[in-house]
Every structure is written in C-alpha cells, then in structure tokens.
Design a protein around this ligand. Sequence first.
Ligand SMILES: *[C@@H]1O[C@H](CO)[C@@H](O)[C@H](O)[C@H]1NC(C)=O
Ligand SMILES: *[C@@H]1O[C@H](CO)[C@@H](O)[C@H](O)[C@H]1NC(C)=O
Ligand SMILES: *[C@@H]1O[C@H](CO)[C@@H](O)[C@H](O)[C@H]1NC(C)=O
Length: 449
Amino acid sequence: MWLKCVLVLFVFMQCVLSNSTGVSTGPKHSRVVVCYLGTWSVYRPERGSFTIEHLDPSLCTHLVYSFAGLNIQEDSIKALDPWQDLTENYGKGGYQRITALKNKYSHLKVTLAIGGWNEGSKNYSDLAASAARRGKFVRSAVEFLKKYNFDGLDLDWEFPGKRGGVPEDKLNFFLLVKELKAAFRKHNFLLTAAFGAGKDTIDLAYDVEGLAVYLDYIHMMCYDYHGAWDQRTGANAPLRSADVLNVEYTINYMLKMGAPANKLVMGLPLYGRTFILPETTSLSSSKKPMLGQEAKSVGFQGPFTRENGFMGYNEICMELKNTSSNWKQYWDSETSTPYAVADDKFITYDNERSIAEKIRFAMEKNLAGAMVWSIDTDDFRGDCMEVAVNEDAINYPLMRGINKAIINSLEDIKNTIIKEKENEINKASVVTSCSIVIAVASFVLFIFH
Ligand SMILES: *[C@@H]1O[C@H](CO)[C@@H](O)[C@H](O)[C@H]1NC(C)=O
Ligand SMILES: *[C@@H]1O[C@H](CO)[C@@H](O)[C@H](O)[C@H]1NC(C)=O
Ligand SMILES: *[C@@H]1O[C@H](CO)[C@@H](O)[C@H](O)[C@H]1NC(C)=O
C-alpha cells in the first residue's frame, strides 16, 4: 500500500520537474510518425510546389528524404537530383537544409531513402547477390550518411524477387540488411525499410522474422491496393475488405510472420486514386455510385501532381470545395473509405475520419506508429481549411489528424484498461491514503517554494 503511494508521489514529482527541464519539439505522444518527402514535389506548379521550408517538423518524429539512387559502377549511394540535393555547382543543398532542421527540432531524426519505384529492382538484385559488392556498398553508405549528417538509411527496394529480381533476392536482401546494421551500430545510424503490402510481395520478398532483428522499423506501404488498373472503382487503402487486399490483413499477416509490433509502422496515403466511369454508367445517374463498379483503365490527373489515376489530398480537397463542379461525397462503411463522384469522375481517398479509424486499429495492435506517403500532398498550405479559429487549424489537416488520433486512441485504450483494472483492486483505500500523501507533499512544496 505505502509502496503504491510512494510510486504515485514519484510520478507526480516527475511531472512537475520534467516540464521545467526540457521543451519537447515533437508530437506529444510516445509513437513514431514517419514522414516521407518526395523531393520532386518542388517541381509541381503553383500552390502544389513544396519546398523543405514548408515542412512542419513538430508533426513528425522522423523525416525521410526520398529518394537517393544506386551508383552501380561504384556500389554507392548517389544523389538522383544533384542540383536539388547537393550544394556543389550552386546546388540547392536539400540534404543540408533538411538535416539542419535537427538544430531547431531536437526530437527529430532525418534519414535518407534509397530506391523507390523508378529505380526498379534489377540493379539492387545484382548488388545484393555479391558479398564483395554488398561490402563496398555498406562502407560507402556509412561515409555518405556521415558526410551529409543523416541519422540513417531507409531501404526502398521495390521489390526483392519482383520486377527483374530473382528468387535469391529474399536471402540476399536479408544479408544486405544484416551487414548494413552491423556497420551502422557504432555510428548509431537507424536502418529502416519500406515493405510492399501485398501478401504475394511479402511472401516473395521478405524474411520477415530475420529482417525484423536488424531493422529498427518496418514501414508498411499500406496503400495502392486498388486503382484504375483494376478497371473498376476501388479503395486506395481499404481498412477492411472481403479479400486479402486491405490494411488489417497486411498488418495482421506481418505480425503473424514474426514482425514485432514495436517495429511495425503502418503506412497511410496522403493521396487518393482516381477513376473515369464509362459513359453508360455515368449517364444513369439515378443509381448511387459504388466501389467495385466498372471504370476505364486509366484515371484522371490532378493539376499539381499531373499523374493519371493519382491525386494528392491537397488537390482532392480543393476539388471538393469547388462549388462550380458538382462533387458528391460518400462513405463506404465496409472499407472505411470516403469517395467522391462528379459526372464521370470518381475518387477514393483518405481523410481525417478514415485515418482516425486506421490509427485506432494500429494503436489497438500496439504498433510503433504511423508513416505517411507523403507529407508534400497534405494540405500543407491550409488552402482547403476554414479561416483559422485557433492555431491548430492553419494547415496540415491530415498530419494533425494523425497525431490527434494517436493521442486520443492511446488515451481511450488506457482508460479501458484502467477501468478493467479498477474492478480488481480495492481502490478506495488506496485513493484515500494517496490523497493524504499528495496533499502533504503539495503543502511541503508550497511552503518551501
Ligand atoms: C510546461 O512547459 C511549457 C513550455 O515551456 C509551458 O508553456 C507550460 O505552461 C508548462 N506547464 C506547466 C504545467 O508548468
Ligand atoms: C541500373 O543502373 C543503370 C546505371 O545507372 C541505369 O541506367 C539503369 O536504368 C538502372 N536500371 C533500372 C532498372 O533502373
Ligand atoms: C472549379 O470547377 C470549374 C468547373 O469544373 C473549373 O472550371 C474551375 O477551374 C474550378 N476552380 C478551381 C479553383 O479549381
């Protein structure tokens, strides 16, 4: 009993003292929020253009600069856009500018991602197959991270065993990760990787249990489950569904395959997928539009990202606000996905509501946290947001939504557990005696302050 009281008092004192010592510059919760930045977003037109100075590092625990590439002559990391990334030849010094954010935000880790879709798989497959080449890569990676002041490396090989890869990639990727981590340890560098979310990719590409030993975090790319390639409308990132193409399945499968929850990070798309309905469908407008209905094989573009079938949240929210087009908004409860339809245009996407539901699931599974692809397509300028009522409502609605949802979910879950516990203990006497101790302690503090 007295031990419990002393413990309560100890926690109470900690709260009082800790606030005076350090000011946290990051999210006010215990989970990771990993923010990928696609650096080519700087080339988007007008209000779509995103520079490093648009980042708000208080909303992320980790920033991931995407992407660097592989130099197959030297088996080393290379800048993919030297003018944006480096300072040489009057370059804009992206590496330096993003890592400098750590000076102001002491909580922040900044890592460099190598790979991505456009880098393909073949060159990584060849590199990983040779012990000598892996060794050379590991040594040069350490030098590269040190030189540019990064906190670690994020591997975005898409994907081992696929797209020109070979079955041996699974083992070779594991060896590459193991050898990188061995070299990173003495420099305290983080080693993370982005994993594909499909069951077929997971089975083919990853020795999950082995990789989880050496990776600090696994970033699950829980999106691109459906798109115009299906030739029917579908959720980009369904939380649940009747088949295996959904977020819950991916996360549960990874846990089952041996990924520890405290290393597993659930990815969230800050973008949607677009579709074009065939004339026949869009004309019969009396029927409610649905997920799963026929669509053309190519979706439409947004004005900033200009990629068929893809739209950033910042573009989507502007569209939906436009009163001169007739967007209607819907919610699909099976997948927990919002979608919007106007004439022959159809968008599935994520908003604060769908994100909050996903975060709730991730927190119930006790995951390490959330990741976003990518921070540059949130409404980072606040163009869609109502005139600020308070400081919280100025920009980044989805990033703020994620952090809020983490705090709320953890609080909810904690309260549920506490309630269950309370039924077991005889709390009345504890409360009484503890109140006395705290009252005395507060009095003593008050007197001697
Ligand atoms: C804790 O510290 C913050 C930042 O310095 C300050 O704004 C806040 O008022 C403090 N809270 C308490 C309870 O002292
Ligand atoms: C592999 O690297 C070479 C040389 O940098 C490059 O030309 C080629 O496009 C890369 N392969 C793929 C699939 O990207
Ligand atoms: C709103 O929609 C109309 C009709 O589709 C379009 O012409 C206009 O450019 C849009 N305005 C904005 C601000 O996107």
